[in-house]
Design a protein around this ligand. Structure first.
Ligand SMILES: C[S@@+](CC[C@H](N)C(=O)[O-])C[C@H]1O[C@@H](n2cnc3c(N)ncnc32)[C@H](O)[C@@H]1O
Length: 230
């Protein structure tokens, strides 16, 4: 048998740790697994969050006593199910999705997961949907996971639709380090993510951190708490 290299050993250990963490803290039930299968069957890309990120969203929802959650970018409803399950029966999740085909899958996912009573998908570009949410604000938790160039714009709206103590989370804010420096700004997506990270650091009403959360430590979430006005 061939000897494992040091790099292979490190990768194997990371993989085993991730598996153990998921098994202990974030095990997927039938509804979550079915959502992923349904997404593949419908031809949607496999770009949903991972189970540990889903569980972290639930912990953050508990930390801010979330009654109302806003998500930008639904895909097939996988993260939406994690979020909706963090709400009390009277709670509300609104998730914004530009693709009508994706939104159909989301609606079915919410129904089969038993969260359709509290989770609603709104079809249309978030650029148009966000201004229509002013009367439904404040949201206790906002999760941003849509088109990357628009992240800075979505952050402005997230703050506007929040209250002191709300938590704003955005996915893909590391991108193998590219979203943490000026090294790849010719890519509009990376530029949007870098700008987003900077805005969360500079904004006087935010306290933020980015955490690598995937197995190979190359991508993860920006988590920002909305502070009271000075
Ligand atoms: C990364 S996927 C979301 C994954 C999902 N949050 C999950 O983890 O299960 C991004 C989604 O954002 C949607 N999207 C892209 N641009 C959008 C826009 N301007 N408004 C609303 N949704 C958009 C895409 O159609 C896609 O379904």
């Amino acid at each position: 048998m061939q000897q494992e290299t040091e790099l292979q050993q490190q990768a194997r250990i990371r993989h085993e740790v991730e598996e153990n963490l998921v098994q202990l803290f974030a095990i997927e039930d039938e509804a979550l697994r079915t959502t992923i299968t349904a997404a593949r069957k419908a031809g949607l890309p496999a770009i949903q969050i991972n189970p540990l990120q889903g569980k972290l969203l639930q912990v953050l929802a508990a930390a801010c006593n979330a009654q109302k959650i806003l998500e930008i970018g639904s895909l097939a409803g996988y993260s939406g199910i994690w979020l909706a399950r963090a709400l009390p029966p009277t709670g509300r999740l609104i998730t914004l999705e530009v693709s009508p085909a994706h939104a159909e899958v989301v609606q079915r996912s919410f129904e089969q997961a038993g969260v359709a009573d509290r989770a609603e998908v709104r079809v249309g570009s978030a650029h148009e949907s966000l201004p229509q949410l002013v009367d439904e604000a404040p949201f206790d938790l906002v999760f941003i996971d849509a088109d990357k160039p628009s992240y800075p714009h979505y952050l402005d709206w997230a703050i506007r639709l929040s209250r002191p103590g709300s938590i704003i989370v955005a996915d893909n804010c590391i991108r193998a380090g590219q979203a943490l420096s000026e090294s790849a700004l010719d890519d509009q997506g990376v530029a949007g993510l870098y700008q987003y990270n900077l805005q969360t650091l500079k904004h006087p009403r935010l306290r933020a951190i980015a955490l690598a959360m995937d197995e190979d430590y190359t991508d993860g979430l920006n988590i920002a708490v909305v502070l009271p006005e000075a």
